[in-house]
Design a protein. Structure first.
Length: 102
């Protein structure tokens, strides 16, 4: 994440909190109650974001893992394309022999 992205996210959250505060005041809450409820909304949002992050981390569904899998697939595909037909047939025969032995 770039520095400007982090600044933008922080500014966006600050604006959302301010809009929630103003929204609660429009619906009739006094300043203190509006502040409390806007903080509740932001904390619930933070907990929700954290929960999605934890679920993605536990399931290895993060961007890093996906990029690594894509790289490995591309690497093995390129290596496979570089093999001669004889080498490919030899590897295929080895795989079939190994499957029959199990």
């Amino acid at each position: 994440m770039r520095r400007i992205d982090a600044i933008g996210i922080g500014l966006g959250i600050f604006i959302i909190g301010g809009l929630a505060y103003l929204g609660f005041q429009v619906f009739g809450l006094d300043g203190q109650q509006a502040g409390i409820w806007s903080q509740v909304v932001l904390v619930i949002g933070l907990i929700g974001w954290l929960a999605t992050y934890v679920l993605r981390a536990v399931g290895n569904n993060l961007t890093y893992h996906q990029q690594r899998e894509d790289y490995e697939q591309a690497f093995f595909q390129k290596r496979l394309e570089e093999l001669s037909p004889e080498e490919l047939a030899k590897i295929q025969a080895e795989i079939e022999q190994e499957q029959q032995s199990h």
